[in-house]
Write a protein of this length. Structure first.
Length: 330
């Protein structure tokens, strides 16, 4: 059902929503092609995951103030998210930069809004059991329509930056580039959004996990954690390629570097604590593994898990994208 004056059927993606049950099972996370997915494939992927409730049911939660979302999968070609909605949750107007996307509504109802100049925006409800997809040209706003609505979203290539739109007091439309890891909501205070995002991410921390620092960054590794990372690297085809002691280290008093398929992992000891960084062969930049893990949606609370997640989805393109947005290590 659409409101507003745009009535031509199928004028916006949500008006072309179809049922997803018949598409489930064609493409799953186990048989993804090693390339970006097209619109049909994105629809088949969200249909498959939507039908597999057991794989994400324990991630479902609802919050009027902080829209709940969780990363289900991310690699070099596609990322998949679970989103949970209340009627108060609102993404605000946004685009998906270069990514195409597909949305399957699993429970409840979402409303997709489409901005129009010279007329009221179009609002289309999409009910449970239906899906729609869109290209990188698409600008929309999604809101929860009924309590406890749940949707599965997939994007290809994976989201890195998104555009969020606001109309200023002068009536001029402006675009703000945001990280995909930021929760989309109507633009108010960026500081407030950042606070909310970290609150959501830390809510799942295991009881014994080290608390994040104020900026959401997890502090360094203990000796035991560094040993565990070293052991994991050696058992996962990483080759120890260099060791530096004392003044030869770029920082700290000892640095060890491992390499696998062009990805470099460095452990640095500095004043008794260890730090873990990642780089690529030929690059002159090191990125903190904890920050990479946070950026790609890793939910692991232990260093070995964060190293596994960070290295598992790393390639030159991913590293380039991250190095343009994350702070660099010394
Ligand atoms: Fe969107």
């Amino acid at each position: 059902m659409a409101t507003g004056e745009l009535t031509a059927h199928g004028a916006v993606p949500a008006q072309r929503a179809t049922t997803w049950a018949g598409l489930a099972g064609r493409i799953g996370l186990q048989d993804l092609p090693a390339r970006d997915l097209d619109s049909s494939e994105l629809q088949e992927l969200v249909a498959t995951i939507a039908s597999d409730r057991a794989s994400w049911a324990d991630l479902v939660a609802f919050d009027d103030e902080r829209r709940v979302y969780a990363s289900i999968h991310r690699d070099a070609h596609v990322d998949v998210w679970l989103l949970c909605w209340t009627p108060k949750n609102d993404t605000g107007w946004h685009d998906h930069d270069t990514s195409s996307g597909a949305v399957a509504v699993v429970t409840g109802t979402l409303t997709e809004h489409n901005l129009r100049f010279g007329g009221a925006s179009v609002a289309t409800t999409v009910e449970a059991g239906r899906l729609f997809s869109f290209g990188p040209d698409h600008i929309h706003r999604l809101t929860g329509t009924v309590p406890q609505s749940v949707s599965i979203h997939a994007y290809s290539p994976p989201l890195w930056r998104m555009g969020q739109y606001a109309v200023g007091g002068d009536g001029v439309l402006r675009r703000q580039s945001v990280s995909y890891a930021d929760e989309l909501r109507p633009i108010t205070s960026r500081a407030e959004q950042s606070h909310d995002r970290h609150a959501v991410r830390s809510a799942d921390d295991d009881a014994g996990a080290r608390p994040p620092e104020e900026d959401g960054h997890v502090s360094g590794l203990t000796v035991e954690e560094a040993d565990a990372v070293r052991s994991w690297l050696e058992h996962h085809d990483f080759e120890h390629v260099s060791k530096r002691d004392g003044e030869s280290a770029s920082y700290g008093d000892r640095q060890d570097v491992w390499e696998r398929a062009g990805t470099l992992i460095r452990l640095t000891r500095d004043r008794g604590q260890w730090w873990c960084d990642l780089s690529r062969t030929g690059e002159d930049v090191w990125l903190d593994v904890d920050r990479i893990a946070a950026a790609i949606g890793s939910e692991s609370t232990v260093p070995v898990g964060r190293v596994a997640d960070a290295t598992g989805s790393m390639n030159a393109r991913v590293f380039w994208a991250l190095s343009s947005t994350l702070d660099h290590s010394p």
